[in-house]
Design a protein around this ligand. Structure first.
Ligand code: UDP
Ligand code: MG
Length: 315
């Protein structure tokens, strides 16, 4: 019998985990031809999430848990789950039931009957998210579509069923700065998209605030595009040209009319402006440099404190 692994990253989700388990247990009973494995990853929760997972694991031997030594972020949690999964088909799912388990049968069919390597989901609306977040997200996808060769689908969720082959390809990308939406797209494979109406969280609150999302967006841009570097170079060249023209103009004017000593306010403005642009461009370079720095250090993506998964690596 083939096995489906479901990877569930959890961060302070003590209320949502039991509800999720109940739901996924129901779905797994409806899908008769497959074995299941539920991998709960405790991403350094400060509440009782780890305890609840361990209790579940005692009751149900399909439940696996991975307990991180601290909060490493959702990307790291997903990576750990994928790496330690043993199923033939693998999916990641949010524990807050915003990724409806009821879509699973359709997703399985996409792979087994329609010949896809991956069935991904995207939500059609963003109900339940703030206006600021919605606007910001829309802009992010517009920008990234223009500047990156890797295609990123707006509204795409991390909820996708993948074959073992595709997951192995993703695991093999061991980069430290992970941006899954880009990585999924980078590895290729034939992907079918399913749309669904956005669901509200069943319990608990969102773990993302504006700044967390903002820096995640920067990760996405810096990880999958070098366009900002080119932009900063173009701005630099443009300012050189402008200042060159101004210098010629001033020299000629001085030769013809002499030197009327005025105009220091405009000069001060120009100095401010140009140094602002310089700092902006150095900042962009710094972004890339900092990512290189983190990659070069080659630190582990996650550290496990406790798990009930025996053999660590699977093929
Ligand atoms: N999550 C995590 N580590 C984090 C932040 C979030 O494992 O540092 C998990 C969280 O428990 C949930 C999923 O990632 O299962 C999605 O988070 P959330 O629902 O807060 O995001 P949103 O739906 O608001 O985008
Ligand atoms: Mg959510």
């Amino acid at each position: 019998m083939k096995k489906i692994s479901i990877v569930v990253p959890c961060y302070n989700e003590e209320e949502a985990i039991p509800l999720f388990y109940e739901e996924i247990n129901k779905t797994s009973k409806e899908i008769k031809d497959y074995d299941f494995e539920f991998i709960f990853v405790n991403d350094g929760s400060k509440d009782n999430s780890a305890l609840i997972m361990k209790e579940l694991a005692k009751k149900d031997k399909r439940v696996k848990f991975i307990d991180f030594s601290r909060n490493f972020g959702k990307e790291a949690a997903m990576y750990a789950g994928l790496e330690l999964s043993s199923g033939d088909f693998i999916t990641t799912m949010d524990v807050d039931l915003q990724d409806p388990p009821s879509l699973l049968p359709e997703m399985i069919k996409g792979i087994t009957e329609e010949g896809y390597d991956c069935v991904a989901t995207k939500s059609t609306s963003r109900n339940g998210y703030s206006f600021l977040r919605k606007t910001f997200t829309r802009w992010f996808y517009k920008i990234i579509a223009k500047i990156s060769k890797t295609e990123m689908v707006a509204g795409a969720r991390d909820y996708r069923l993948m074959t073992r082959q595709m997951v192995n390809a993703i695991i093999n990308m061991k980069e430290y700065n992970r941006y899954s939406k880009g990585l999924f797209s980078f590895v290729g494979f034939k992907t079918k998209w399913i749309e669904f109406e956005n669901q509200e969280r069943v319990a608990g609150t969102t773990k993302w605030n504006f700044w967390k999302l903002f820096s995640y967006a920067i990760d996405g841009i810096v990880g999958f595009s070098t366009a900002p570097l080119i932009v900063s170079s173009i701005i630099g060249v443009l300012f050189c040209l402008i200042s060159f023209i101004i210098i010629i103009f001033i020299v000629i004017r001085t030769l013809i009319f002499g030197d009327p000593t005025s105009g220091w306010p405009s000069l001060a403005c120009i100095i401010f402006f140009v140094s602002g642009v310089q700092l902006f461009c150095i900042g962009i370079i710094g972004q890339y440099l900092s990512k290189v720095y983190l990659e070069v250090k080659n630190r582990p993506i996650y550290i496990i404190k406790d798990t009930n998964i025996k053999d660590k690596k699977h093929e």
